[in-house]
Ligand binder design. Structure first.
Ligand SMILES: C[S@@+](CC[C@H](N)C(=O)[O-])C[C@H]1O[C@@H](n2cnc3c(N)ncnc32)[C@H](O)[C@@H]1O
Length: 263
């Protein structure tokens, strides 16, 4: 649902690294990104990192159902406790997860260090919560729900953060997706009801309870919209190391330092 942005974002990775070998999905959740990456990048192993064992269990089931279980590895780890991997990676993916982290700048620096030169990072965030596009349920309810959910997914412009971590920012795009879906609409209203009741007027809570109990036909055709920003950044190919730049090339005493990464 509302996944129209996903193929384009995955294509960004594939366009830069069609032969990517290792991709890390930070805060992978139930695996929306990890599975799409595994499908799009046939040589890649995707390491799905999340601190929630329940999310990762769901992800493993989904990977098996999608036929990519052999190339999707789950890693239960708290990113707030440090970078959880050893070794170089080709791409890093973080969708709707960076804003959850206590120190996202540290994680971006560690992601940059883990990436091979030329490797890319894709960061995705919802710009505002999923929004109902209809007032058919109750006058003004859609905007009041949007207002109540407006503190979710609050995030900065990650561009300057990526650059401070050493990345070269290649692309920033805003993607809006709309859909009409009965199951999603009901699940979305139920989530809002259970998590935002204290921020809604009692009359709106009553309305949600009534709608969820009665399932009127309007619930089966709820148009919803989501807007996301997608940042694409690259670890630059390394130039000569500073020591090599300062040293004339003639005496072959100290070898030029290379980053060691494939380009
Ligand atoms: C909103 S979900 C996004 C899931 C998925 N990336 C997606 O696009 O659907 C955020 C995920 O980040 C995970 N997460 C939050 N903080 C984390 C942390 N410190 N370490 C690891 N995972 C974390 C949560 O468990 C959750 O699965």
């Amino acid at each position: 649902m509302l996944g129209g942005w996903l193929p384009g974002a995955v294509d960004l990775v594939a366009a830069h690294l069609p032969g990517a070998g290792t991709v890390v999905d930070l805060g992978a959740g139930t695996g929306t990104g990890a599975l799409a990456l595994a499908r799009r990048l046939p040589r890649a192993t995707v390491v799905a990192v999340d601190r929630s064992p329940a999310m990762l269990a769901h992800l493993r089931t989904a990977a098996a159902a999608a036929g990519v279980a052999d190339r999707v590895r789950t890693l239960e780890a708290d990113l707030d406790a440090g970078w959880p991997l050893t070794g170089r990676v080709d791409a890093v993916w973080a969708a709707s997860s960076l804003h959850h982290l206590a120190d996202a700048d540290r994680v971006l620096r560690e992601a940059h260090a883990a990436l091979r030169p030329g490797g890319v990072a894709v960061v995705v965030e919802l710009d505002e919560q999923v929004r109902l596009l209809t007032d058919a349920l109750a006058p003004g309810l859609a905007s009041r729900l949007a207002q109540a959910a407006s503190t979710w997914n609050v995030h900065p412009d990650w561009g300057p953060h990526l650059e401070r971590a050493g990345f070269e920012l290649l692309d920033v795009r805003h993607v809006a997706t709309e859909a009409v879906d009965a199951r999603f609409g009901r699940a979305w209203l139920a989530l809002l009801r259970s998590t935002l009741a204290d921020r809604l007027a009692p009359a709106d809570v009553t309305t949600l309870d009534r709608l969820l109990a009665q399932h009127p036909a309007t619930l089966d055709a709820l148009p919803v919209r989501a807007e996301r920003t997608v940042w694409l950044a690259r670890r630059p190919h390394a130039g000569p190391a500073p020591a090599a730049r300062a040293t004339p090339p003639t005496p072959p005493t100290s070898p030029t330092t290379h980053d060691g990464g494939a380009r």
